[in-house]
Design a protein around this ligand. Structure first.
Ligand SMILES: [Zn+2]
Length: 501
């Protein structure tokens, strides 16, 4: 009956233990009070059946249900919930389906922990409203089955945003009408039907899918199919491995603006999320300096330099997206006061723009290179560091209300197999998930480690390639040495992109 070990993330208000106990029957009867959430009931039933592997029947509140779901509007946070275990059964209450779903994860963890539960009350809500994972499927394609498995794991640990990086220099993974050559059977892509399936699969699990198409840089895959969209006309070869490449979209050509807007149209059609991510990072500007079309566009617009042209392009596309009801997210690299104030920034390199004036009206998502890059080795980004990151961001939200949350990032230049991706994701995904959800006073790494070992055996045990616990937190000496190497790499990448630190 050790409740403490059962929860991951740990509830933000802790657990109030009560007298008495509850014994799980062989068959689970669930009921929805006053027929609340009618359209979700069949999914809810099926989800519990799958998670607990037991018979689940739908009843009504007069049948003494083992689990009673209640729509209760005084639960303040949209994802907050109340879960109560009494000797006769459990009640799960929230004002929204999102809260019911997050509470359901806690219920499932409890149900899996023991057949006999000590009675308790849990009142829980998230510390951060944006709790994401960025998955790069452009550098290495992630097959659908694996992707759905990642969504399942995100749902279990209450992450709520899948930031889906669907194009980059190394690959283009979704169809755009009128541009069939973007796709390659050999390298893999998702059909429109598959994307819709992923979006609704995630939505059912309280996960919003935010697509990212990085522009005007990180475009070699598109330029190799349509070299007319570049400044030089190509030809281009799709690269492998990491790097920042000089060839980017030629924003002086009207056909490029048509293409960029068509991409936005497609994202709007395929993804119901109110947000789209348009990248905007690591953009070497030297092709534009010598391109007659780009120079002509600059003259026409009265741009003083290529950076101003970049600002114009980003504002133009963000404004087009806004007309279609979407808020644009950009990596923070180049965003300054000339960028539309509704653009949300995502910070990957906290050293960039360190001395730049902060714009208090701009929303911010945190995903610090030093804490949240899960493609790094455990020596570079150990488990404890990922866990600490949520604490830091929670402090940031107190200082700046515009910080909406944080993401963990999995770039895949070198993670070309499922085994490698899983070894890098787990268990660090769970450290981030708890530190993004659980309120700071209750974030305790020692308790998290105990829960984690329990969970890794029970839930993730079947996955292959998971790292051994001994490698989760490597020696400090190794960290110091590799940290210096990593800092060098950030500086080099930034310099190559023409970014001044
Ligand atoms: Zn150009």
């Amino acid at each position: 009956m050790n409740h403490q070990k059962s929860f991951l993330p740990y509830p933000s208000n802790g657990i109030r233990l009560l007298k008495g106990s509850f014994i799980f029957p062989e068959v689970l009867t669930i009921a929805f009070q006053d027929s609340c959430f009618p359209e979700r009931a069949p999914f809810f039933q099926e989800y519990i059946r799958g998670a607990l592997g037991m018979e689940v029947v739908l009843g009504d509140e007069s049948n003494n249900p083992v689990l009673l779901v209640n729509e209760k509007n005084d639960v303040l946070d949209e994802e907050g919930y109340l879960l109560e275990v009494t000797p006769v059964g459990c009640t799960l209450a929230s004002g929204s389906w999102r809260g019911i779903f997050t509470g359901l994860q806690t219920y499932i963890q409890l149900a899996k922990s023991n057949k006999t539960l000590q009675c308790c009350k849990i009142s829980d809500y998230p510390a951060l409203s944006w709790r994401g994972l960025m998955l790069d499927v452009a550098r290495s394609f992630c097959p659908l089955e694996e992707l759905l498995g990642i969504i399942d794991t995100m749902a279990l640990y209450k992450l709520n945003v899948l930031h889906w990086h669907v194009s980059d220099d190394q690959g283009w993974r979704f169809p755009v009408d009128g541009y069939p050559a973007l796709l390659s059977e050999k390298h893999g892509y998702y059909s429109k039907e598959e994307i819709s399936y992923v979006v609704s699969y995630a939505e059912n699990r309280n996960i919003m899918v935010v697509p990212e198409v990085d522009m005007p840089g990180h475009m070699i895959a598109a330029l190799s199919a349509y070299p007319n969209l570049s400044c030089t006309g190509g030809p281009f070869t799709i690269p492998t491995g990491e790097g920042i490449f000089r060839d980017i979209l030629c924003v002086g050509k009207s056909e490029t603006i048509v293409f960029a807007k068509k991409v936005v149209d497609t994202l709007c059609l395929l993804f119901p999320s109110p947000y789209i991510h348009l990248g905007g990072d690591e953009i070497p500007l030297d092709r534009w300096e010598t391109c007659p079309d780009c120079q002509h566009r600059m003259q026409e617009l009265g741009c003083r330099d290529e950076k101003a042209l970049l600002g114009w392009f980003c504002n133009e596309i963000a404004s087009y997206a806004r007309e279609k009801g979407k808020s644009t997210i950009l990596w923070s690299d180049y965003v300054d006061a000339s960028y539309d104030s509704t653009i949300i920034t995502q910070v990957w390199n906290p050293l960039l723009g360190k001395h730049r004036r902060t714009h208090s009206d701009r929303q911010v998502i945190k995903s610090d290179y030093f804490h949240s890059y899960l493609d790094m080795s455990y020596a570079l980004v150990p488990l404890s560091r990922v866990y600490r990151y949520g604490k830091t961001v929670q402090k940031d939200t107190k200082r700046n209300k515009k910080v909406v949350g944080a993401e963990l990032l999995l770039w895949t230049e070198y993670l070309d197999t499922r085994e490698k991706r899983e070894a890098h994701l787990y268990p660090r995904l769970l450290a981030g998930a708890e530190s993004f959800w659980t309120k700071d006073p209750l974030l305790r790494y020692s308790r998290f480690k105990r829960s984690l070992e329990h969970v890794m055996k029970q839930v993730l045990g079947k996955q292959s390639g998971l790292p051994e616990p001994s490698s989760w937190d490597p020696l400090l000496l190794v960290q110091c040495k590799e940290r210096r190497a990593r800092r060098k790499r950030v500086n080099r990448n930034s310099k190559e992109a023409g970014i001044t630190l």
